[in-house]
Design a protein around this ligand. Sequence first.
Ligand code: CU
Length: 301
Amino acid sequence: MTAMRTSPSASVKLAGFTVAVAAVFAASYGVARAVAPDGLAGRSSGGHSMAPGMEMGEPEAGHGGAHGDEPAPGPSAATAPGLAVADTGYRFVAEATTLASGPATPFRFRIDGPDGSPLQRYEALHERELHLIVVRRDLTGFQHVHPTRGADGTWSITLDLRQGGTWRAFADFAPSGGPTQLTLGVDLQVAGAFVPGTAPAAAAPTDASLAVAFDRRGDDVGVTVRRDGVAVEPEPYLGARGHLVALRAGDLAYLHVHPQEGGAPAVRFMAELPTSGTYALFFDYQVGGVVHTAATTTEVR
Ligand SMILES: [Cu+2]
């Protein structure tokens, strides 16, 4: 495929766009979030508004974003993570975006940094340098995997792409010296018959004795795992009792979710679901040494 370069003007706008994201999320969560490396922060602070919805009309920055000069109530639609293939100088470059269907299809990609070369230095997030989430655009076939990085910075993994259709791959990572967390997404076209599914469909339970219940109250999401009807606390997996991914139906915006303390044996998260609509929640957890995925949908009104 052709490696496209981000033009300087687009880079500046995208950098400003990320400042707005960070500002909104920092305000929401009341936590400090680093914005960008020094060079990027310098570029992005030159006269760019911190307010969401301003100066974000570039179609590349997420479709259906700001309307005119009216700041959106809450985060701008264009500021949701996962909608862009490139942001703040970092770019998700798939070696191929058309893939054969199959249970173990090789997938290779790299993250190009602001200097245009493959990123080699990452800060660990939940004990991994990079988390790859892959889901078909109808929100079926969810996979959360951890590719291997080669010496040249290329990541490789095999994906379960038995079903044809358009899949979305999200790379969730923290570049050393860069933003605290970045989620870039790229579409993958998988050959084969396509029958739309009903979202979300997780993999068939590998253990029929397990059941998972989701309980969302506002931003608060509690997940209870039961084995043979008895609540159990999941085993530590990647430094937590479970990992939750929230995707917005319609555009697959990838909402960052933060683990919360307490509530055991339930596992609790704060999930900022910024707009009305339907969201798919995918919960990865480990019981009996095996990682399982549970899924549900939730409506925000
Ligand atoms: Cu992961």
